[in-house]
Design a protein around this ligand. Structure first.
Ligand code: IFM
Length: 473
């Protein structure tokens, strides 16, 4: 791996051409267990719903799976050294529930907990803050067989698992997130069927979303009882500003529905203690919402210290059309998603919209004024390749990160309380349904040799962290 140069000595003129971030701003990068660890059948780990989903013919591109992934389970020490080389202040990773508790209930797997303890200790030894997410979609398969997230009981099991992890690591991990992107787990997994467990049942997907939120609330309470008093608790939501394609009543209504299902359905119960009335009304033909029991919304709104915001793009929507098969939008299946023609897109086909991040952060600050925010994921997939000089010159990613960090800076300048930023992702990794075909890393991974190679974006990010600032342009 080549040694990039860090340019921290700057003239006053150069300094004024920089956008400075607040002192102590948390610069990080993230991964998730199933996407990087591999070792799916080692040291007592039980199977997860993603192992089962990947084994289903046609479910994942090229039949890929997380069986080996980036072998982080065996290479975590090398990866922590790489983080230190970049000067990362924090590393966001997730704990694999079936590695720690193979059946999702009952006995713990000491070897699983030992792994996370070794990882956390290695991070602390390098002065890197561990930011631990308890659930990034790898439910123990044994729990799926008892109803998965469709069963209310799973929320209680999750709180037990949270307690177990907190009892072991609560003295050392200062930043906890309960659930990552419940929208994806609920709607991609149970309505569109394109994520594990691969079910197509819109009514079930709404119940599932509620149980994921309930699990968050119960786990938050369990964490408070077990972690040290300074530790902060959060949840990470995938959120996007939604706009109508045309200034018509029907497109405005489509935008309201999608905003309801994506943003307000999750953030409102968490931070206002109630599901939005319009979302309940829009989905009334699918479910009577009787899965929400008295007191649940209060539990879901258990106070959190930070809201994690995962931002990738905006959404532009139009009304009309016919449902084209399974959709991740229960009750809004006919809404169409448009990519405005002039917008560049990433390798995921997602429009690149940095200003959407400022808009989103400002909206959150206005709607939920007392909750500090953390950009817990932001990044992009591009068609990266190693050039003849053995380098990955990912200029598009550097631009993407630059423009999104400038957007975060604009929100902070407008008074929004943003505490940190985590690039998605530290490493190229298993991108779910897309297998290994989409590279989000600032570090290139050669999947044949597992060799890591810093991309230009990693070197650029290292300079940003060192300067606590991004250049204005
Ligand atoms: O890779 C995912 C991650 O697991 C969750 N948020 C979005 C990323 C890119 O799709």
């Amino acid at each position: 791996m080549s040694e990039p140069t860090v340019h921290t000595d700057s003239t006053p003129r150069e300094r004024s051409a920089m956008l400075h971030f607040p002192e102590g701003f948390m610069w990080g990068a993230g991964t998730a267990a199933y996407q990087v660890e591999g070792a799916t059948a080692e040291d007592g780990r039980g199977p997860s719903i993603w192992d089962s989903f990947c084994a289903r013919p046609g479910a994942v591109l090229n039949g890929h799976s997380g069986e080996t992934a980036t072998d982080h389970y065996h290479r975590f020490a090398e990866d922590v050294a790489l983080m230190a080389q970049l000067g990362l202040r924090a590393y966001r990773f997730s704990v694999s529930w079936p590695r720690v508790q193979p059946d999702g209930r009952g006995p713990l797997n000491p070897a699983g907990l030992d792994f996370y303890e070794r990882l956390v200790d290695a991070l602390l030894d390098h002065g890197i803050t561990p930011a631990l997410t308890l659930y990034h979609w790898d439910l123990p398969q044994a729990l799926q067989e008892q109803g998965g997230w469709g069963a209310r009981e799973t929320a209680a099991r999750f709180a037990d698992y949270a307690s177990a992890v907190a009892r072991r690591l609560g003295d050392r991990v200062p930043l906890w997130a309960t659930v990552n992107e419940p929208w994806c787990a609920a709607f991609l997994g149970h309505a569109a069927g394109v994520h594990a467990p691969g079910l197509v049942d819109p009514a079930l997907s709404l119940r599932t979303a509620h149980h994921l939120l309930l699990a968050h609330g119960l786990a938050t309470q369990a964490l408070r009882a077990a972690v040290n008093r300074q530790a902060r608790v959060s949840v990470a939501l995938n959120l996007s500003p939604v706009s109508p394609a045309a200034d018509t009543a029907v497109d405005h209504d489509a935008a309201r529905r999608i905003d309801g299902l994506l943003n307000r359905m999750f953030a409102d119960p968490l931070l206002h203690g109630a599901y939005p009335d319009d979302v309940r009304a829009d989905t009334r033909h699918l479910t009577d919402w009787s899965f929400v029991r008295p007191g649940d919304e209060h539990t879901i709104a258990s106070p959190i210290d930070l809201l994690g915001v995962n931002y990738y793009s905006t959404k532009t929507v139009a009304a009309g059309g016919q449902a084209l098969g399974p959709s991740p939008w229960p009750g809004a299946e006919t809404v169409r998603f448009r990519v405005p023609e002039e917008r560049p897109v990433t390798a995921m086909g997602w429009p690149i919209e940095p200003s959407g991040l400022t808009e989103l952060l400002r909206w959150l600050h206005t709607r939920y004024p007392h909750t500090p925010l953390l950009v817990s994921e932001n990044g992009a997939a591009f068609e990266d390749c190693v050039d003849q000089a053995g380098q990955v010159q990912d200029t598009e990613r550097v631009c993407y990160l630059h423009d999104h960090l400038a957007a975060v800076h604009a929100a902070i300048s407008a008074g929004v309380d943003v505490r940190g930023y985590f690039v998605w992702s530290l490493l190229d990794n298993f991108e779910w349904t897309f297998g290994y075909s989409r590279r989000f890393g600032i570090t290139y991974v050669d999947y044949t040799t597992q060799r890591r190679l810093l991309k230009s974006s990693a070197r650029w990010y290292r300079d940003v962290i060192a300067a606590n600032a991004v250049p204005t342009s």
